[in-house]
Design a protein around this ligand. Structure first.
Ligand code: NDP
Ligand code: 2IT
Length: 461
C-alpha cells in the first residue's frame, strides 16, 4: 500500500507515524497532563520533518529532551485567612529549558492551576522566548490559589508565603518570574517586597515591577500592544490594516485591556470583552473612556464585566458565553487556554473573520487551528503574537542590570522591532508552496531551531 503512494503523501504518513509514536511515549511519561500533551503535539507536528531530516537533532534526542523539564519545584503555601483559619495551597515553578538564557516566565494564580497546565505554559514559553531574539530560557509557575473574593490582606499574606519558599530558587541570572493570570501589578508588588526582605537584595529577580521601583515603561501594555503590532504585520502582507475593522476581544484583564486600547487608538471598532461569567457586546464600539471605566472596574473594584451592560446603554450581556458568535473581522482571544473550539472557529470563519491573533496562551484547540488554516485565515499563534510581554520583561531585566531606564518611546520602538522580527521569522519558516503563511508552523520551527542548536552545542545534559 505505502509503496504505491505518491512520495509527498508517503512523507506526510511517515511524519504522522513518527509524531504518533513520539506522543505515545511522551504521554506514558507524563500521564493525565492534557494541556501539556496538546501543546507538545502541536509543536511535534511542525518540527518532526526537520528532526527527521537532521541526524544531529534526531540522534541528540533534542525533542525528547525538550519535553522533560530541567527541574520542577513543588511546595506547600500555608497562610492564614481573615477569619484566622489556616489555608493550604500548592506552589509550583516549572523550569522547562535553560539552554539559551536564565529561566523566564510568569506566575499564574488560578484554581485551575496544576502541574500539567504549568508544563504546557512553560513549554510554550521556551519557544516563545526563543522567538523574542533575547537570551531567555523558559519557565512558568504559580499556584491553585484563587485571588477572587479575597481581601487585600489575604492576597498579601498569600504572596508573602508563596515567596518565602520561592525566593531561594530565583535571581536575576537564575530564574526571573513575572505576572500571568491572577498576578498583576498588585501581586508583583507583594511578591517583590517579600523577595527583597528575604534575599536582602534589590535587583531584577522579578519583572512587571512598578515604574518607580525598577519597572520598565510599557511592560504593563506590552502583551496587548505587541499582539496588535503582530496583527498589523500579518494584515500588511494582504495590504490590509486594522483601521476600520471590527474586532472581538475576549477577556477583560491585562492583555485584553491593552489589546483593546491599541486597537481603538488605531481606528478599529472593539465590540466585545468578556470574563469567566460571560461576554458584553457593545455594537457602538468600546471607546477609550469606556475602556478606562473597565480598567477601573477590573483592577480597582475587582468587579464583573456584566456590570458594563448595566452601566452603559445599548449593551448586550451574554451570560456564560464567549464572544465568537458575534460577527467580526479580527478576533483577539485574550483570556485563557482552549477558549476557541472547532464550532467557534467555524462560526468565526463563516462570519468573515480574516485574522485571529492570540493574546492568550493556546486559546485555540487543535481542531479549531485546522479550521483557521484550511480557511486560509491569518492565524497568529500565541507563542509569536503574545511574545511582546516577555520581550519587554527581557528589556526590563537589562535595564535593571544597567541601572538605567529607557524612555517609553525607546521601549515602544524596540517592542515594534521585536514583533516585526518575530513575524519575519514566522514567514521565513512558515511560507508554503502556495505562498500561504502557516504562522503556527513558522513559529514552532523558528523557536525550536535556536533552542535545539544551543542544546546540541552544550552537550548531553
Ligand atoms: P488577567 O488575570 O489579567 O486576566 C485574565 C482574564 O481572562 C480575566 O478577564 C478572566 O476572567 C479571564 N479568564 C481567566 N480564566 C478564565 C477561564 N478559565 N474562563 C474564562 N475566562 C477566564 O490575565 P492576563 O490578561 O495577564 O492573561 C490572559 C492570557 O494572556 C493568559 O492566557 C496568559 O497566559 C496570557 N499572557 C499573559 C501575558 C502577560 O504579560 N500578562 C503575556 C503573554 C500571555 P475572570 O476575572 O472572570 O477570571
Ligand atoms: O505568558 C507569558 O509570556 C507571560 N505571562 C509573561 C512572562 C514574562 O516573564 O514576562
Amino acid at each position: 500500500m505505502a509503496e504505491s503512494m505518491p512520495t509527498a503523501v508517503k512523507d506526510v504518513c511517515d511524519v504522522d507515524m513518527l509524531v504518533n509514536s513520539f506522543m505515545e511515549r511522551m504521554i506514558t511519561q507524563s500521564p493525565g497532563e492534557r494541556e501539556f500533551h496538546q501543546a507538545v503535539r502541536e509543536v511535534a507536528k511542525s518540527v518532526m520533518p526537520i528532526v527527521r531530516e537532521n541526524p544531529a537533532y534526531r540522534d541528540g534526542k533534542v525533542l525528547e529532551r525538550l519535553v522533560v523539564p530541567d527541574r520542577v519545584l513543588i511546595f506547600r503555601v500555608t497562610w492564614v485567612d481573615d477569619h484566622g483559619e489556616i489555608q493550604v495551597n500548592r506552589g509550583y515553578r516549572v523550569r522547562m529549558n535553560g539552554a539559551i538564557g536564565p529561566y523566564k516566565g510568569g506566575l499564574r494564580f488560578h484554581p485551575s492551576v496544576n502541574l500539567g497546565v504549568l508544563k504546557f505554559l512553560a513549554f510554550e514559553q521556551v519557544l516563545k522566548n526563543s522567538l523574542t531574539t533575547l537570551p531567555l530560557g523558559g519557565a512558568k509557575g504559580g499556584s491553585d490559589f484563587d485571588p477572587k473574593g479575597r481581601s487585600e490582606g489575604e492576597v498579601m499574606r498569600f504572596c508573602q508565603s508563596f515567596m518565602s519558599e520561592l525566593f531561594r530558587h530565583i535571581g536575576p541570572d537564575v530564574d526571573v518570574p513575572a505576572g500571568d493570570i491572577g498576578v498583576g501589578e498588585r501581586e508583583i508588588g507583594y511578591l517583590f517586597g517579600q523577595y527583597r526582605r528575604l534575599s536582602n537584595c534589590f535587583h531584577g529577580a522579578i519583572t512587571g515591577k512598578s515604574l518607580n521601583w525598577g519597572g520598565s515603561h510599557l511592560r504593563l501594555e506590552a502583551t496587548g500592544y505587541g499582539a496588535v503590532y503582530f496583527a498589523q504585520e500579518m494584515l500588511a502582507t494582504k495590504d490590509e490594516s486594522v483601521e476600520g475593522k471590527i474586532a472581538a476581544v475576549s477577556g477583560a484583564g491585562n492583555v485584553a485591556q491593552y489589546t483593546a486600547e491599541k486597537l481603538i487608538t488605531l481606528g478599529a471598532k472593539v465590540i466585545t470583552l468578556s470574563d469567566s461569567g460571560g461576554t458584553i457586546v457593545d455594537r457602538e464600539g468600546i471607546d477609550l473612556e469606556k475602556l478606562t471605566w473597565v480598567i477601573e472596574l477590573k483592577n480597582k473594584r475587582r468587579g464583573r464585566i456584566s456590570e458594563y451592560a448595566q452601566h452603559f446603554q445599548g449593551v448586550e450581556y451574554m451570560a456564560g458565553k464567549r464572544p465568537w458568535s458575534i460577527p467580526c473581522d479580527l478576533a483577539f482571544p485574550s483570556a485563557t487556554q482552549n477558549e476557541i473550539n472547532e464550532d467557534d472557529a467555524r462560526q468565526l470563519v463563516q462570519n468573515g473573520c480574516c485574522c485571529v491573533c492570540e493574546g492568550s496562551n493556546m486559546p485555540t484547540t487543535e481542531a479549531a487551528v485546522d479550521v483557521f488554516l484550511n480557511a486560509r485565515v491569518l492565524y497568529g499563534p500565541g507563542k509569536a503574537a503574545n511574545a511582546g510581554g516577555v520581550a519587554v520583561s527581557g528589556l526590563e531585566m537589562n535595564q535593571n542590570t544597567g541601572c538605567m531606564r529607557r524612555s517609553r518611546q525607546e521601549v515602544d520602538d524596540q517592542l515594534r522591532g521585536i514583533m516585526r522580527s518575530i513575524h519575519e521569522n514566522c514567514v521565513k519558516y512558515g511560507r508554503q508552496d502556495d505562498s500561504f503563511v502557516d504562522y503556527s508552523r513558522g513559529a514552532n520551527v523558528a523557536g525550536f531551531i535556536k533552542v535545539a542548536d544551543a542544546m546540541l552545542q552544550q552537550g548531553a545534559i
